[in-house]
Design a protein around this ligand. Structure first.
Ligand code: HEM
Length: 390
């Protein structure tokens, strides 16, 4: 049975979703109270765009039992941006949009490059490093924390908490999230007293439908930026580098050709989407992919399976770095909730890959010692990627 939390989910999801596709594209899972599984690209796009019927809203009080947000099972801490519908969602999003415009992302190029170089400089002279812990994780942390307004000196605290303490840690996910939330709350309170030009200040001073955000709402918005960006972007970078370690013929071209490298990033994200999918909640009867669904049903939109739809991406299970439509992947979702940080994530991916290939063309990942995330669930990735730089 398809179950995103099954221990072998990462090994079986391609086979299972291909089987659902062969039978029409919409399957059913009995896991976690039951949900429809949507695997075809066109159906996932249709549902993601139709927020009026496929709602993302989360009401943790249970007053509206349909409002269970975007996670299966529902998150303990609702994400107020990802888990609300327009018009409120659009007003919340407006507070953050100014920090993700094309000119703001362009201004991040030297910042991200400096962070990439800083992480690589710190590895000089080491016989063995870990591409996740020493490279992808600090790079993503340094970049997204500076953007949000977190003091860089605290980056290790945030990063360790965001990554669930790492392998062997005694911390569990809810304890980690609570630690990060306590730090974010302190920052929100500080910016109420001393606003600056950062996202946190925009959130505490901004107006949403005539009201200021409460502290816990600011923390929820910040948490989505900090926790949402960490695991996903670092997972993307490590997945790409693991593949590149085994596929070396393209290295010189990728290192020197920015356009090819940018397309390769789209293709790596299509093949290994860090967020495998997202849930929606029906607030009216509907038909999707020919399948009748009832008001109150849940659906899981599999971005990962949609990315392997052969109607859109021929030969979908093969990496093709020059795939003409690689950027049409659904890795960042679709519709009103499409990822705000996607261009920043793509930039971090491209610079991390190109710079490593230029500075350490002989790098090799020690595949037999790589360790996947303890918690697979909705985010797929690695917690240990031992590597020799050469
Ligand atoms: C490879 C890296 C990333 C991936 C795969 C990813 C994936 C996603 C996906 C799939 C969604 C939509 C969820 C849904 O519709 O149910 C989303 C939303 C979001 N992402 Fe990302 N993300 C990444 C990096 C980032 C970064 C770096 C940031 C910020 C610095 C970020 C901020 C957000 C925010 C704020 C939303 C909510 C948008 C809304 O609901 O209006 N993400 N992300």
């Amino acid at each position: 049975m398809f179950d995103i939390h099954a221990p072998d989910h990462m090994q079986v999801w391609v086979e299972q979703t291909d089987a659902i596709r062969a039978k029409g594209g919409v399957g059913w899972s009995d896991a976690n109270g039951g949900y429809w599984v949507v695997v075809n690209y066109s159906d996932a796009v249709e549902a993601a765009k139709n927020w009026q019927v496929f709602s993302a809203r989360h009401d943790p009080t249970g007053a509206d039992p349909r409002a269970r947000g975007i996670s299966i099972p529902p998150y303990e801490f609702p994400l107020i941006l990802s888990e609300s519908d327009p018009p409120r969602q659009q007003k919340l999003r407006l507070l953050e949009i100014p920090f993700f415009t094309p000119s703001k992302i362009k201004a991040q190029v030297p910042v991200v490059q400096a962070n990439v170089d800083r992480c690589l400089d710190a590895m000089v002279g080491r016989a063995e490093i870990d591409l996740f812990r020493d490279y992808a994780m600090p790079l993503v942390s340094l970049t997204s924390m500076a953007l949000v307004g977190i003091d860089i000196a605290q980056w290790q605290d945030y990063t360790l908490a965001a990554h669930r303490g790492g392998p062997g840690s005694s911390l569990d996910i809810s304890q980690d999230t609570e630690r990060v939330h306590a730090m974010l709350l302190d920052m929100a309170r500080d910016r109420r007293a001393n606003p600056r030009g950062d996202i946190t200040s925009a959130l505490v001073t901004g107006d949403v439908m005539g009201e200021k955000l409460r502290d816990e709402e600011v923390v929820s918005m910040l948490s989505a930026l900090v926790l949402g960006g960490f695991d996903t972007t670092s997972s993307h970078i490590t997945n790409a580098l693991i593949w590149l370690s085994e596929n070396r013929a393209c290295h010189a071209d990728l290192a020197s050709d920015d356009a090819l490298a940018a397309n390769a990033v789209h293709e790596f994200q299509r093949m290994w989407p860090p967020s495998l999918g997202g849930a929606r909640n029906l607030v009216a009867d509907a038909v999707l992919g020919g399948q009748p669904m009832k008001d109150g049903d849940r659906v899981f939109l599999s971005w990962a399976a949609a990315n392997r739809d052969p109607e859109i991406f021929p030969d979908p299970h093969t990496v093709r770095l020059d795939r003409p439509n690689a950027k049409d992947n659904l890795t960042f979702g679709m519709g009103v909730h499409r990822c705000l940080g996607m261009d920043l994530a793509r930039l971090m991916g491209r610079l991390a890959i190109q710079t490593l290939l230029r500075r350490h063309p002989n790098f090799r990942v020690l595949l037999e010692r790589c360790v996947p995330y303890r918690s697979k669930g909705l985010v797929a990735g690695w917690s240990a990627v031992p590597t020799v730089l050469g």
